[in-house]
Design a binder for this molecule. Structure first.
Ligand SMILES: *[C@@H]1O[C@H](CO)[C@@H](O)[C@H](O)[C@H]1NC(C)=O
Ligand SMILES: *[C@@H]1O[C@H](CO)[C@@H](O)[C@H](O)[C@H]1NC(C)=O
Length: 592
């Protein structure tokens, strides 16, 4: 019988006994780990291995030095295993590292840049556990959790409860401790369906259920309010990712994630978004708070960068007619940014009431037929755009990924496509192959999943194939091969990230983290494993799961570390003679 590690994983997570095992009290597991850690112990689901020293893997001097520093950090956490790490102060309850606005102001950032991501300002990584708010409750299971959330789980002000904003922002307070959102099939019609239908008609489709067929799979929603539109698009099998700037309270990103919808902190301030060029089929903004006229309209150039050829930019705003009037607009013209969008090779497809839809050209010749003094094309490819300064040039025109959205084949990648994406075909199928007899992962307990080192998105593909109602944030670490185009191609959510830095999300926003080979990668990048594990603890909700796959050495060190954080953990030997191990953990729900 072939045993891929997916099937092992599902065995571990899917059957009753190990879940119960993992749900044992922290004390019990501590004892178990102490008992089992020193000797090989076979169980039905694999075996807990000897604690083999990490010496075998010290072939690399850099790795060696990193391991040493990890050990020193580890020792500083406490003299023995029984000594727990510290808990963070209450001001870290909803804090996102790199977004300390007062520290950014002190460091001299202003004009809105204080709200930008500045990891260099708050370098000191505190090794403390972020506690949930006092009223925190485990979210309701999907799909109920999409429509009803616990108000104690998110940081909202009284005003936000009372305000009933635009159609995508309206919400309702049901009871004292619950917020309920209008759902598609709810009693209250909230206009989101009509709006989505209107967009579809404006781009020439019969209805919004045709989006997928028309090549619209990946939508970037700037400032998603409370995620109602994204929830609707999700029901049409589109992946809509919400991005919004860091907000100390009432965060759209925190709310969307609490509802089980894809979201990430990211903003149009001074840097590029953490996506490669030509990533999205549609970019959407409804009153998203961006002044598109600012900074010589570089934000529009950034939208152009992430749009695929033939992709759409949807702008809905009562003020959009007044924008773009400052520069070059003809007398009486009411079309915003008319000259500028022509210069970008965008075609205004339709305008209706407050909504404008442009389509980016699918014809690369368009750029050469523009006027002389037009926006220049960028030199070279920006394959790995990671918070670079905004650029005053048009990207992607020399990219191999210049593939118009309508030409995209539905279904799986063709071999020609694979060729374009520079994948070795066997590599790809191996990566996608799920196990033989996949039992269910923990049912209905998991909705927001992050694959911290996603490669080609194989973990996501396996979960889709197994028909799990989860979504995956596929993270491609900086320094790894840029596989994001392949992941986007499959219609999945994805982002670049440097795991030496904190991830741009609020605490307690993911239910499961998966990391294959990440520990080894980080050791070679000289990043601290201790920082990484504390960061994982921060973004994981109480009772959330972690699955780490790596070589024995890093796995053993990670296990030592996570027991300090009071995670319940076990090492699983795949028993095929390799030095690969799985570390399966669950974060406890600590109230203190
Ligand atoms: C943010 O920065 C300020 C000023 O440096 C500091 O006093 C405060 O503790 C920081 N906040 C958090 C949550 O780290
Ligand atoms: C053992 O299984 C792992 C995970 O499936 C795989 O990466 C590795 O190549 C296998 N090793 C051998 C010797 O078969």
């Amino acid at each position: 019988m072939r045993s891929s590690w997916y099937s092992k994983l599902y065995l571990v997570l899917g059957s009753r006994p190990p879940i119960n095992w993992l749900l044992l009290s922290a004390v019990g597991v501590f004892v178990l780990i102490a008992l089992l850690g020193s000797s090989s112990y076979s169980t039905t689901f694999g075996s807990v291995t000897d604690s083999v020293g990490p010496e075998i893997y010290l072939n690399h001097r850099r790795v060696k030095e990193q391991i040493l520093s990890d050990y020193l950090e580890l020792k500083n956490l406490g003299p023995d295993r029984e000594k727990d790490v510290d808990f963070c102060s209450k001001d870290r309850e909803n804090y996102v590292p790199c977004y300390n606005v007062s520290a950014n102001l002190l460091a001299g950032f202003n004009n809105g840049e204080e709200f930008d991501r500045h990891c260099e300002v708050s370098r000191d990584r505190q090794h403390c556990l972020v506690r949930p708010p006092k009223e925190y409750k485990i979210p309701l299971t999907w799909p109920s959790g999409r429509d009803v959330i616990w108000s104690g789980n998110v940081k909202l002000s009284k005003d936000q409860f009372l305000s009933s904003g635009s159609m995508t922002k309206r919400l309702m307070l049901l009871e004292e401790n619950q917020i309920s959102f209008h759902s598609d099939d709810g009693v209250i019609v909230d206009g989101v369906k009509d709006y989505s239908h209107q967009i579809a008609e404006m781009i020439g489709l019969g209805s919004d259920s045709d989006f997928h067929e028309a090549g619209v799979h990946n939508v970037l929603d700037i400032g998603c309010g409370f995620g109602s539109l994204d929830a609707h698009l999700l029901s049409l099998k589109l992946t809509a990712v919400c991005i919004a700037a860091y907000e100390p309270s009432g965060s759209q990103v925190q709310l969307a994630l609490e509802r089980g919808l894809p979201a990430i902190i990211s903003s149009f301030i001074s840097r590029q978004l953490p996506f490669p060029s030509l990533s999205y089929d549609m970019v959407h903004c409804t009153q998203c708070g961006i002044v598109w006229d600012d900074k010589d309209k570089m934000f529009l150039i950034e939208v152009d960068r992430v749009l695929k050829p033939g992709g759409y930019f949807v702008l809905t705003s009562p003020t959009s007619r007044h924008q773009g009037s400052a520069v070059g607009s003809k007398k009486g013209s009411v079309i915003p940014f008319e000259e500028f969008t022509q210069n970008l090779c965008w075609n205004l497809l339709a305008e209706q009431e407050e909504t404008f839809i442009w389509q980016k050209t699918a014809d690369i010749q368009c750029y050469t037929s523009r006027k002389q003094d037009s926006i220049p094309l960028c030199n070279g490819e920006d394959d790995q755009s990671y918070y670079r300064p905004l650029a005053q040039c048009i990207s992607g025109t020399t990219s191999k990924h210049w593939i118009p959205i309508k030409k995209r084949l539905s279904g799986s990648l063709s071999s020609a496509e694979i060729e374009v994406h520079r994948i070795i075909p066997e590599d790809f199928s191996e990566n996608l192959e799920p196990g033989d007899e996949d039992p269910m992962p923990p049912y209905n307990m998991v909705r927001n999943v992050m694959d911290m080192s996603a490669h080609y998105g194989g973990f996501n593909a396996a979960l889709v194939e197994a028909r799990k109602s989860v979504w995956v944030m596929n993270v491609v670490p900086i320094g790894e091969r840029n596989t994001l185009p392949v992941i986007f191609y499959q219609g999945f959510a994805a982002v670049f990230h440097n795991w030496c830095e904190p991830f741009p999300t609020y605490p307690r926003t993911y239910d499961m983290l998966h990391a294959n080979g990440l520990l080894s990668l980080l050791a070679s990048e000289r990043c601290s494993m201790v920082d990484l594990i504390f960061e994982m603890d921060r973004i994981l909700r109480p009772e959330g799961w972690v699955i780490i796959s790596d070589k024995i050495g890093p796995i053993e060190r990670a296990r030592d570390l996570v027991t300090h954080l009071l995670w319940e953990a076990r090492v699983i030997d795949l028993q095929n003679g390799s030095d690969q191990r799985l570390l399966v953990c669950q974060k406890p729900f600590l109230r203190k």
